[in-house]
Design a protein around this ligand. Structure first.
Ligand code: NAD
Length: 293
């Protein structure tokens, strides 16, 4: 690679993976999208198609751009298909062992000078980087959800990340039309270090009976001028992801103030993971969200 990123591989075609594929393709990058479950890749392509179509209908992009962007996204049924990429972004489930397994399979097929990034919300970039064959070309590129709408991307350097990798990542984010902030490699970085304890506190507020789902969300929307209530936002992020981030904060900072709320644990145990499983603090199965408590 001559320091210029042209093709981007994405591992994990869930809510973040499909959004990252969307913005990369819309900005002219060649995209290879992979997942351990091929059905997730097909589902992601349908979501991207629908989201690009909505953007075209609103006049944000032209019809030609919509078709071109879609044509730039190639399903990668085998991890080997990512070998051609200049940058691979891991956006799989927020579980450290899962990410290690992905890097073990991925590194041998990558070009020696390819950059490797993770979209993790909270896990140590330095630790993930150390498990790979290229810690100096490894970086945290943390997109926000929904990726096509949110302007911020947090860049997180591991202890070994070199300057050319950081500069390439900054240029890549600028080409996506997004704003990068730099965060040090501490648990949950900046946005989630602040946001997730607030969401966890909202779940404690519900757990202790201080308010109902509806009261808590209305209170924060109208009382703090938040565009979305914290429980609605938790459902949007995914309750499994919220719990993982709280566990990383709790263990990483060894402070009881980050203790995940037992009610959050219970929702995850029930498989009520929020919007993606159609039930969380709200039930989405009828089409209109109905509070579950
Ligand atoms: P998700 O559950 O929607 O998708 C995860 C995808 O990873 C699934 O399609 C799953 O099949 C796939 N996967 C799991 N194991 C795999 C493996 N071994 N190989 C290949 N694919 C595998 O989750 P998400 O919300 O898209 O989150 C993905 C990552 O992005 C996590 O690290 C999360 O912390 C981070 N993130 C999430 C948000 C958010 O708001 N949800 C925001 C920023 C960053």
């Amino acid at each position: 690679m001559d320091g210029v990123i042209r093709s981007v591989g994405i591992v994990g075609a869930g809510q973040m993976g499909n959004g990252i594929a969307h913005v990369c393709a819309a900005s002219g990058f060649d995209v290879r999208l992979s997942d351990r479950d091929p059905a997730r890749i097909q589902a992601a392509l349908s979501v991207i198609d629908a989201n690009l179509t909505r953007q075209a209908q609103k006049g944000v992009i032209g019809e030609y751009e919509r078709a071109e962007a879609l044509a730039r996204i190639h399903p990668a049924d085998d991890i080997e298909d990512l070998g051609v990429c200049d940058l691979v972004i891991e956006a799989a489930t927020e579980d450290e062992q899962t990410k290690y397994r992905i890097f073990d399979a991925l590194c041998p097929v990558l070009k020696p000078d390819a950059l490797l990034a993770t979209n993790t919300s909270s896990i140590s970039i330095t630790r993930l980087a150390a498990s790979t064959d290229r810690p100096e070309r490894f970086i945290g590129i943390h997109f926000m959800n929904p990726v096509p709408v949110m302007h911020l991307v947090e860049l997180i350097r591991g202890i070994a990340t070199d300057d050319p990798t950081y500069e390439s990542a900054k240029r890549f984010i600028a080409k996506l039309g997004k704003t990068a902030t730099m965060s040090e490699d501490f648990p949950a970085f900046i946005v989630n270090r602040i946001l997730l304890p607030m969401i966890n506190e909202a779940v404690y507020t519900l757990y202790e009976g201080v308010g109902s789902v509806e009261s808590i969300d209305t209170a924060m929307k109208l009382g703090a001028n938040h565009p979305m209530g914290p429980l609605q936002l938790a459902d949007f992020i995914g309750l499994d992801t919220c719990l993982s981030i709280m566990q990383v904060l709790y263990e990483g900072l060894a402070d009881s103030k980050y203790r995940p709320c037992p009610l959050l644990v219970k929702y995850v145990e029930a498989g009520w993971l929020g919007r993606k499983s159609k039930r969380g603090f709200y039930d989405y199965r009828s089409g209109t969200p109905v509070p579950t408590r």
